[in-house]
Each structure stands twice: as structure tokens, then as C-alpha cells.
Design a binder for this molecule. Structure first.
Ligand code: BGC
Length: 718
């Protein structure tokens, strides 16, 4: 379907998979299993003891295979001939449901081709409350609504292609520093309205599995926390799949079992010791510490998830060497390109118009000189940046670097290219001399804490560009009056020094484009595609403006609901580039807002379905807005809907509750529809322990960003 048709504010369709039928099959299989079989289904075989990062034993009597659990959120980690899809943060920057869903589907097709049963993603935790957080780039940006939609689209895309999704990391793992010892101490309302929110979407999309995180939550390990696992996930959200530990995140035998854990991964610690389940679990069941019914429930959930996605039906055998790339790189090119955000374009220096000479500067312009996959799990920042580092990576099959892609394009137009593939300010002048424009490439990187890169132990130490990026830009701006800065980054970078240079005319926020880095950039630089990405986080003027940074000890989440734009709005802090911001080569006008619906106040009362009470998912209001392409070229606009709750609700001034993307020819107009669900107007009532729609006047703002509001209306809730 063309983008324009899909691009409404409507929510993803109901999944077609059927838990009841899957559970029935699981019950029939369960009846055939010995106690030993059952324990083997719930316990990994141990670290480094099988073909995948996680493995359980095959059970012949029910034709259950050796289960392969493999990272991760960008495709098959350690695959020999796979694609490295763009990270979640880039997919989110597209705000394009269809592309996000297709990305999930294609990743799953590759996983299935390799015989991987469970692909360990997508990621909704971290949410990204700490801009320096090392793994924020694995997820979908600093807003629970955006994360939630992207989680649901990804999971449905994956599972419809026959692969079990794994929503991780559950819950409140917002930093790398001390992630395996710290406690995230968080109030019930904050948990519900921010951090649990995207997991509700994941459960509603029928996620097969959830991974509990390394940290403690309010003093109890996430993987043995009965409130987080049994109460919130299984009872309140009606989760029917299984909970697996993060790798070696388990700390007990009986407590984890009774709290709601269903699978121990990888089954041992990283030295082969500390086996909490296996025969220890068998004993705990015989001694009555863990009820037999609980063990049966674990097995039922794991088998049901396997049946749910049809893996009992001639699934490929495990082969991480299979060539499964197909034509999936089209999705990588599209998400890399449409996730690029144009931040500044003074005097319309972009798009480039058949320049006679371009000067390219920076080590990030070229392929990593040591080789595209030379660093374990991409744990280095050498050459062009495609993604962060850690378990959430996949090897690149090839890498299109900016200089190569620009050179290829330049040849077709007779443009001369000069290049300084170094961050050394000394060589700048001669390279940019006589060029129509100077393009400078700078980066910022982060990743998982088991690797330290240039002194950054997972989390970033600062929000400045790496490798002296500010100085490099200053040197280029001193030598040329027409400078374009291209930033490849895992998250926000403070751009004030760069913006202080009057010769910096354009900033292209190119994000994390994976293997299609250069090709995607050329699409935008030359205007083959009009930029349409929007920021999935705020870029502040100062790192202090976020009000959060990695905690040394426990984190009390004192900022509560006020993270990212929610805080900037409340405190009246002017961001440099606000959440949802992005320029285009064309212009869009917004008109004719129409708000329809008569939602009623009060608590949700429906039955529990996957995702929580059924009525929370019902559409209770619709907002339509007409968008017109009033500029000169074809382009796509991401329109965003923000809700301001009645003051009595005590919520942030506005919260994202809808978005849609429309592709429009110049002069064309179309209507965008935002469907608002009951949950979108609800707050978590801690006394009632229910979602409640407050009565009063709700402010509806529709705009091009969280601060560029073009149309406003109200919704009265009696
Ligand atoms: C990460 C998980 C990953 C697992 C297996 C852990 O360190 O936190 O995201 O899936 O390792 O590699």
C-alpha cells in the first residue's frame, strides 16, 4: 500500500493470532511431558553451550525443537549473511508505521531463514529518560506513545512472519552504569503512564515473550518482582506469553518462579555456574516451595507462544550461516533515509544543485579503515557510524559510507570531490578551498556497558560530539562560508557551538542509518527525497536542561512524569530543537481541525484482554485535520497530536497521543485522522488501581512538532 493511504493516525490492526487455540495445543502437549522435560523447557542449557545466545533442549515426544533465542533488535546478531536493519531510534524518526512494520517483518524473515525461533527485540526499555543512556538507540525514542506504536507494529510484523518477538527490557533499565546492581525506585503512577505504557502495546500486539531486566525495581530484582511480573504484566495487562530473564539476571530459584518468571536464560552464569533452575527447580517443586501448577504454567506459556506463531509447522533448522538477505535492504534504505531529520537549512543551501566541487571533511565520511565488522559488536567509533554497540547489533553485509555514495553521485554530475577523512583541523583549508559547499561529518556513539569505547562505558560521558567535532566544524567554518554539518548520533548532541558559527548553513541529523548510511544521505542531500524525519527526542541547549543523568547508586526517578519534552514544557525551558521537530524542502499548511467524540469520565471497566482492560483500547474520539503541501516539491509530513489534560489530572502540559504521515504532491491536500483511544485520555489512579478518564476540558493540539502547533481544539468530557 502506498504510504499516503496508510498514513493516518489510526492504530495498528488487531492481531490475527489466537492465544486460546495455541494454549489448547500447549495443554495437549503438556500432558505428554515428564517432569524432566518440563524443567528442560524452562531452563537454558547454559552459556555458550548451543548455536544461539540462548538455547533450550529439544523434547522429542512433542516434536519440540532445540529452541534458538538470538539477538536482537536490528536483525540476526552473528548471522553470516544477514542485513543489519536500522536501530529502533532511526525507525522511530521516520514516524512511519508501514516502514516500521515492514522492518519487523523483514527482520523476522531473516531470523526464520536462520532457524531462530525467538528474536530478542524490540526494545521499549530504556525509554530514554537519561539522554546519555547507553542503549537508548535500541528503542523508539523518549515518548511512551511513540514507543508503544512502534513496539506494536514491529511485533505484529515479526510474529505474522512466524518469529516470536521479545519485548525487552522489562522494566526501568534506563542506564548502563550499575545496571546489574542498582534499584530503580519509581512511583506507581510514573510506572504506568511512562514505562509500562509501551509494554502494554507490546502485550496488546500479542508479544510471545518479555525479557525481565537486570536491575532491581523498588528494591526487588526485576526477574523476581511479583508486582512487576505477576501483578502488572500477567494480571493487569493479561500477558499470555512467557517471561525470560535477561542473560544472567536471575538471583533465586523459588522466588523468581513464584514471582512470575517462566524461563531462565542462558541457564547458567557466564562461567557455567549459578544454576538457579534445572535440577534445583525440580527439587524446589518436589519440596513444595514452587507449586507444580506454577511449573506447568511456565511450560504452557512457552509452548503456547511457540504454537501461536506456527513454529510447530515445518520450521527451518538452525543455521546462522544461511544467506537470508533477500531484497530486505530496500527497507533499510527507506528507514535510513526517512529517519533523517533536517534541523537547519538557511538560505535553502540544500538540496544540492549540481555543485561543481564539494569538500568532504571528517573521519566519519569513510568506511571504518579497520573493516566494517572489525570491532566486536560494533564496539568502536571509527569511520562512518551506522549504529551503537553491544548485543543489540548485527554485522553489516556491506557499508555505504557518505564519501563513497557522494562520489558515485558526483560522477554522474561531473562534480569534483575533495576529501579529508580525518578529524585533524590542519588539513581542512585545502580540502574545502574552491568548493561550492563543505560537508563536515561528526558523530556521537554509545552502547551496552560490557564494552567501553574511548572512555564511554556504555552510557555517554557527555553530549558533545566525539573526536573534537565542535573544533572540526569551527575549522571548516573558518575556511568556508557554506558549511553543511552531518551528524550521525545515538541521541541528542549539544549543538550550540556549531550553531554559533554563522557559516554553518545546514545541519542534517542523519541518526543511525546502519549499512545504508551514505546512500540514504545522498537521497536527502540531493533532494531525490524531501526530508521527512522528525526528532524522537529533544535536543537541548545544555545537557543540564534534561534534568536527568546516569545515577551512581540507586535512581529514585524524582523527575516522575517529567522526562524529555514533558519537562521542558513544564519548566518553560526553550529547547534548541524540540521533540517532533524536522524541516522539509517543501511547506505544509494545516487547516479545518474537527474534533469528534463524547468520551465519558471514570474508570475503565472492561474485561482483561492482552494489553489490559478491553475498553482502554476502544476509540472514543477522532480528530481530523487537512494538510496541504503548499510548497514547491513533493514531500511527506508527520503531523502530531498532543493532548493537554484538565489541570486536575496533574499531567505534563501536553503529551503525544497521535501521529500520522502523509505523502503529498505540491498543491495537493489530504485529511489525516487521529483516532484517540480511551487509554489516551486516561491517567493511572493509584488509589483505585485503575485507568481513569478525568472529567473536564481536554486541549487537543495538532502540529508539525511538539511546539509548532498549527491547529487546536477541545474535547469536553462530562
Ligand atoms: C542484554 C540483552 C541481550 C542478552 C543476550 C544482555 O546483556 O541486556 O538485551 O538480549 O544480553 O545477548
Amino acid at each position: 500500500m502506498p504510504l499516503g493511504l496508510l498514513a493516518t493516525g489510526t492504530l495498528s490492526g488487531a492481531a490475527t493470532l489466537d492465544w486460546a487455540a495455541a494454549t489448547e495445543k500447549a495443554n495437549a502437549a503438556l500432558a505428554k511431558l515428564s517432569q524432566n522435560d518440563k524443567v528442560n523447557i524452562v531452563t537454558g542449557v547454559g552459556w555458550n553451550k548451543g548455536p544461539c545466545v540462548g538455547n533450550t533442549a529439544a523434547i522429542g515426544s512433542i516434536q519440540y525443537p532445540q529452541l534458538c533465542l538470538q539477538d536482537g533488535p536490528v536483525g540476526v546478531r552473528y548471522g553470516s549473511s544477514v542485513n543489519a536493519f536500522v536501530p529502533g531510534i532511526q525507525a522511530a524518526s521516520t514516524w512511519d508505521r508501514a516502514l516500521i512494520r515492514e522492518r519487523g517483518q523483514f527482520m523476522a524473515e531473516e531470523a526464520k531463514g536462520c532457524g531462530v525461533h525467538v528474536l530478542l527485540g524490540p526494545v521499549a526499555g530504556p525509554l530514554g529518560k537519561i539522554p546519555q543512556g547507553g542503549r537508548n538507540w535500541e528503542g523508539f525514542g523518549a515518548d511512551p506513545y511513540l514507543q508503544g506504536i512502534a513496539m506494536a507494529e514491529t511485533i505484529e510484523g515479526m510474529q505474522n512472519a512466524g518469529v516470536q518477538a521479545n519485548a525487552k527490557h522489562y522494566l526501568l533499565n534506563e542506564q548502563e552504569l550499575n545496571r546489574e546492581t542498582m534499584s530503580s525506585n519509581v512511583a506507581d503512577r510514573t510506572i504506568h503512564e511512562l514505562y509500562l505504557w509501551p509494554f502494554a502495546d507490546a502485550v496488546h500486539a500479542n508479544a510471545a515473550s518479555v525479557m525481565c531486566s537486570y536491575n532491581k525495581i523498588n528494591g526487588t530484582w526485576a526477574c523476581e518482582n511479583p508486582r512487576i511480573l505477576n501483578t502488572l504484566l500477567k494480571n493487569e495487562l493479561g500477558f499470555k506469553g512467557y517471561v525470560m530473564t535477561d542473560w544472567n539476571a536471575q538471583h533465586s530459584t523459588a522466588s523468581s518462579a513464584t514471582a512470575g518468571l517462566d524461563m531462565s536464560m542462558p541457564g547458567t552464569d557466564f562461567n557455567g555456574g549459578n544454576i538457579y533452575w534445572g535440577s534445583t527447580l525440580t527439587q524446589a517443586v518436589s519440596s513444595g516451595q514452587v507449586p507444580q501448577s506454577r511449573l506447568d504454567d511456565m511450560v504452557r506459556r512457552i509452548l503456547a507462544a511457540w504454537y501461536l506463531v506456527g513454529q510447530d509447522n515445518s520450521y527451518p533448522s538452525i543455521n546462522l550461516r544461511a544467506n537470508v538477505q533477500g531484497t530486505h535492504k530496500t527497507n533499510i534504505r527507506a528507514t535510513a533515509r526517512d529517519g533523517i531529520v533536517l534541523l537547519k537549512n538557511e538560505g535553502n543551501v540544500l538540496p544540492l544543485r549540481k555543485p561543481s566541487k564539494l569538500g568532504l571533511v571528517g573521519s566519519a565520511a569513510v568506511v571504518n579503515p579497520q573493516g566494517i565488522n572489525s570491532c566486536t559488536d560494533h564496539g568502536c567509533n571509527s569511520g562512518a557510524l551506522g549504529m551503537g554497540w553491544g548485543s543489540g547489533t548485527a554485522p553489516y553485509p556491506y557499508f555505504s559510507a557518505p564519501a563513497d555514495a557522494i562520489r558515485a553521485r558526483a560522477q554522474t554530475e561531473g562534480t569534483q570531490i575533495s576529501l579529508s577523512a580525518s578529524d585533524n583541523v590542519g588539513s581542512v583549508g585545502s580540502v574545502v578551498n574552491g568548493a561550492d559547499a563543505a560537508i563536515v561529518f561528526i558523530t556521537s556513539d554509545s552502547g551496552e556497558g560490557y564494552i567501553t569505547v574511548e572512555g564511554h562505558a556504555g552510557d555517554r560521558n557527555h553530549l558533545d560530539p566525539w573526536h573534537g567535532g565542535n573544533e572540526l566544524v569551527r575549522a571548516v567554518a573558518a575556511a568556508h562560508e557554506n558549511v553543511i554539518v552531518v551528524v550521525h548520533s545515538v541521541g541528542p548532541v549539544i549543538l550550540e557551538k556549531i550553531l554559533a558559527e554563522p557559516n554553518v548553513k545546514a545541519i542534517v541529523w542523519a541518526g543511525l542509518p546502519s549499512q545504508e548510511n551514505g546512500n540514504a544521505l545522498v537521497d536527502i542531500l540531493y533532494g531525490d527525497t524531501t526530508p521527512s524525519g522528525k526528532l524522537p527526542y529533544t535536543i537541548a541547549k545544555s545537557a543540564d536542561d534534561y534534568g536527568t543523568s546516569p545515577s551512581r547508586g540507586d535512581d529514585d526517578f524524582r523527575e516522575g512524569l517529567f522526562v524529555d519534552y514533558r519537562k521542558f514544557d513544564r519548566d518553560g525551558i526553550e529547547p534548541r530543537y524540540e521533540f517532533g521537530f524536522g524541516l522539509s524542502y517543501t511547506n505544509f499548511t494545516y487547516s479545518n481541525i474537527f474534533v469528534d467524540g463524547r468520551p465519558t469520565s471514570g474508570p475503565a471497566t472492561g474485561n482483561i484482554i492482552p494489553g489490559g482492560r478491553a475498553d482502554l483500547w476502544e476509540i472514543v474520539a477522532s480528530v481530523t485535520v487537512t494538510i496541504t503541501n503548499s510548497g514547491g516539491v513533493k514531500g511527506a509530513e508527520v503531523a502530531q497530536l498532543y493532548v493537554g489534560f484538565p489541570t486536575s489530572a496533574g499531567t505534563p502540559p501536553k503529551q503525544l497521543r497521535g501521529f500520522g504521515k502523509l505523502v503529498l504532491e505540491p498543491g495537493a491536500e489530504d485529511i489525516i485522522t487521529f483516532d484517540i483511544r480511551r487509554r489516551d485520555l486516561s491517567i493511572w489512579d493509584t488509589a483505585k488501581q485503575e485507568w481513569v478518564v478525568p472529567s473536564g476540558t481536554f486541549r487537543i493540539s495538532v502540529g508539525a512538532s511538539s511546539r509548532d502547533i498549527r491547529q487546536a481544539g477541545t474535547l469536553e468530557v462530562p
